[in-house]
Ligand binder design. Structure first.
Ligand code: NDP
Ligand code: MG
Length: 387
């Protein structure tokens, strides 16, 4: 008789959209997961509630300014409380977890991914920016023999599910589906007047602000093509994006014999989050199912690179390689923040990214120090750019 030990799990970014959904999975499967560490940044009230409810061994508040209020809100506890950004990498590396769910948003998730992998942990990766910026450095961990880096992004989870039992060398093409976002059918004229509220209103998914804007510009699909390239080792010319407004097919793989496999489901991030935590096993999940007793309409259309320039810029950055994807990522993060701040308009976002890509020196050599330097320099340039 073997008694299955619960999986020792940490969640970086537990207060975010992915993080809170992951905690719901933990709550529904208390015997399967033991929560080791969680982290939040600005939402200290929610982090305090999570500590009281889930009693992790460790909790980290990266933005430590409301330290006293936070400690008061947590109350008497056995959870060890940590503060400050500098503890994030340390936590990823040294906590006694088996799996780290990286649900941080942006470049701040990159070094925690590196540290966790180097320390021998598994990483369930929602933080796609990690692979966009440093895919080349991380690719050794994705190698199918290792399986230590597991996708959470729904498209990549779909591809992983299609690839179970298939030899990598027979992959002909990855087809990544895109909802097309809220502006799929908008004219150029309409797109000039897009407000922050319009862009935050995604038709199919309820997500954090940054990825919601990335979905509206379709930069998200560009980041996902780069992510897929590194996750599955498929050359960029064999990865295709297609608009599928219903978001029922989460992505597809065509094999060398012409057969195509797809993974379907109602849009619900809990499915890919849970699969990443239990892979290659599956466990029960109570979510609404597709109703095949009523007519269903699944449609597909090509992506419009003219109206969604960010996607084209991402493809160029992947083609160029080296530090170009890091520049793409950093300039996009700043452009999105400036848009959310109402400093620039929606159509200025690709202008900021283009400006930074045009003015960077691509040294070609890729190492951690270089990536951190390029990220910092690009942010300065992207902030200073007057559109
Ligand atoms: P959210 O903005 O909802 O959450 C981000 C998390 O990271 C929060 O816990 C936040 O803390 C924390 N955080 C933010 N900035 C920092 C920082 N500078 N230092 C440390 N922690 C920080 O994002 P999402 O959950 O939507 O997305 C997370 C990642 O998953 C992104 O890379 C996104 O692209 C990817 N993803 C998300 C999907 C979704 O459905 N949401 C789908 C597919 C991929 P706090 O809130 O306390 O400030
Ligand atoms: Mg996705």
């Amino acid at each position: 008789l073997t008694i299955l030990q619960p999986t020792r799990l940490s969640i970086l970014g537990s207060t975010g959209s992915i993080g809170t959904q992951a905690l719901e999975i933990v709550k529904a499967n208390r015997e399967k997961f033991k929560l080791i560490a969680i982290s939040g940044n600005s939402n200290w009230e929610l982090l305090a509630r999570q500590i009281r409810e889930f009693r992790p061994e460790v909790a980290l508040l990266t933005d430590s300014s409301p330290k006293k209020e936070f400690i008061d809100a947590v109350g008497p506890t056995e959870t060890e409380l940590l503060f400050g950004m500098n503890n994030l990498e340390e936590l990823a590396e040294s906590a006694s977890h088996k799996i780290v769910l990286n649900a941080l948003v942006g470049f701040c998730g990159f070094m925690p991914t590196v540290k966790a992998l180097k320390a021998g942990h598994k990483v369930a990766l929602a933080n796609k920016e990690s692979l966009v910026v440093g895919g080349e450095l991380l690719s050794e961990y994705v190698n199918h023999g290792h399986n230590r880096l597991i996708p959470v992004d729904s498209e990549h989870s779909a591809i992983l599910q299609c690839l179970v039992g298939e030899p990598d060398k027979e992959i002909e093409k990855l087809i990544i589906t895109a909802s097309g976002g809220p502006f799929r059918t908008w004219s150029d004229e309409q797109m000039k007047k897009i407000r922050v509220e319009d862009a935050l209103n995604h038709p199919n998914w309820d997500m954090g602000a940054k990825i919601t804007i990335d979905s509206a510009t379709m930069m998200n699909k560009g980041l996902e093509i780069i992510e897929a390239h590194w996750f599955f080792g498929v050359p960029s010319q064999n990865i295709e994006a297609v608009v599928h407004p219903q978001s029922i097919i989460h992505s597809m793989v065509t094999f060398t014999d012409g057969s195509t496999k797809a993974q379907l489901g109602l849009p619900d991030m809990k499915i890919p989050i849970q699969y990443a935590l239990t892979y290659p096993a599956r466990i029960k999940l109570d979510t609404p199912r597709m109703d095949w007793s009523v007519p269903q309409h699944l449609s597909f259309e090509p992506v419009d690179l003219k109206r969604f320039r960010c996607l084209g810029l991402a493809l160029e950055a992947l083609e160029e390689g080296g530090t170009a994807p890091a520049v793409l990522n950093a300039s996009n993060e700043i452009a999105v923040a400036r848009f959310l701040n109402r400093e620039i308009s929606y159509i200025d976002i690709p202008m900021v990214v283009q400006h930074c890509l045009d003015h960077m020196e691509n040294s070609g050599t890729l190492n951690l120090e270089n990536l951190i330097y390029i990220d910092k320099e690009t942010r300065i340039r992207a902030r200073a750019f007057a559109v």
